[in-house]
Design a protein around this ligand. Structure first.
Ligand code: ADP
Ligand code: MG
Length: 335
């Protein structure tokens, strides 16, 4: 009965991805929408809209409709889904037939938040909708044997949130979700540069700094980067030279929050499954896990093996897609 799902959607706070049974990843775009404030029309969606962030004329605003892992702007989320589903189904040659959709939901979301996701997907033109817990999808995508009675630990560090979950026998047995992810790291870099240099930088610049010279709390060879922003005193453009150790210091507090969530989840693990964790370790997924030194830092801190999944940014959608195929085994995680 569940074999006739067409597409899987990972509706992330930073990126939205669509997986189809026959095409694999059919679409992968930033979760950003540009809107004309006069007409309320959508000007651009995805990559095109992300490139406009911080650079739009007055009457165009760029919106990230999902925040902290949940829908912050329902109408814009629906518009984005509409656009994305139309583009993906067109690519797949479905024409105008309404697709049946599997969409993942954060484990930490409330029933109201889940309902909002379901409604947005329905309003965007889906026929049948099924929900899957995001950490379960991430674990399936990372190739873990989630339907076996062993502890599969997955840490998914996204844009707006981090979810840590222990999955066994197709269901979540323990989980912690915090509203700290890659966005918070970007914010902390912006705040640091502002306080230290009185210079304002944009969120795109902050993200670039994080990716290039941001490190988890590990020793490393110091690196530097020239960055440009606006001097808050003179109002003029200014270039400053940042060190990777300065950036690391700015990221410290948020990284410790993530570590704390992992520790708390491991402490909640049923005793019977604790032994598995020592043997099998923890898998990292989500774009935030690509921060330099993340794997090394976490292995040192939690003293169990930590491994970065092979496609951290695609794990969840790949898992959603695989779930299309063997959903009957996963009833516990699907509703
Ligand atoms: P979501 O599921 O919330 O959409 P993703 O799993 O797509 O999130 O991850 C997006 C986050 O990953 C963003 O905050 C982005 O800045 C971060 N990210 C992507 N690549 C890297 C990298 N190489 N280093 C550090 N952070 C990264
Ligand atoms: Mg995600």
């Amino acid at each position: 009965m569940l074999s006739n799902f067409d597409i899987g959607i990972d509706l992330g706070t930073a990126n939205i991805l669509v997986y189809s049974k026959n095409k694999g990843i059919a679409l992968n775009e930033p979760s950003v929408v540009a809107i004309d404030t006069d007409t309320k029309n959508v000007v651009a969606v995805g990559l095109e809209a992300k490139e406009m962030i911080g650079k739009t004329p007055e009457k165009v605003v760029t919106i990230r409709p999902l925040k902290d892992g949940v829908i912050a702007d329902f109408d814009v989320t629906t518009d984005m889904l509409k656009h994305v589903m139309r583009k993906a189904t067109k690519k797949m040659g479905y024409g105008f037939r309404k697709p049946n959709v599997v969409v993942c939901i954060p484990s930490g979301s409330t029933s109201v938040e889940r309902r909002a996701i379901q409604d947005a997907v329905r309003n965007a033109g889906a026929k049948k909708i099924s929900l899957i817990e995001e950490p379960v999808a991430a674990a399936i995508g990372a190739g873990m044997p989630v339907d076996e009675p062993v502890a599969n630990v997955v840490v998914d560090i996204g844009g707006g949130n981090t979810e840590v979950a222990i999955i066994s026998f197709g269901g979540v047995v323990a989980c912690h979700s915090i509203k700290v992810g890659g966005d918070r790291l970007d914010d902390d870099i912006i705040q640091f540069v502002r306080k230290e240099y009185n210079v304002l930088i944009g969120e795109r610049t902050a993200e670039r700094i994080k990716m290039e010279i941001g490190y988890a709390l590990v020793d490393h060879e110091e690196r530097f980067m020239d960055i440009r922003g606006r001097d808050l005193v003179s109002g003029l453009p200014k270039t400053i030279n940042l060190s990777s150790y300065q950036v690391q210091n700015a990221l410290k507090e948020a990284l410790l929050h993530i570590l704390e969530a992992i520790r708390a989840t491991l402490e909640d693990c049923p005793a019977e499954l604790s032994g598995d964790i020592v043997d099998r370790g923890v898998i990292l997924t989500g774009g935030g896990s690509l921060l330099n030194g993340m794997e090394e830092w976490l292995s040192k801190e939690i003293v169990v093996p930590v491994q970065l999944s092979s496609d951290p940014l695609e794990c969840v959608v790949i898992g959603t897609g695989k779930a299309l195929q063997y959903m009957s085994k996963l009833q516990a995680a699907i509703r």
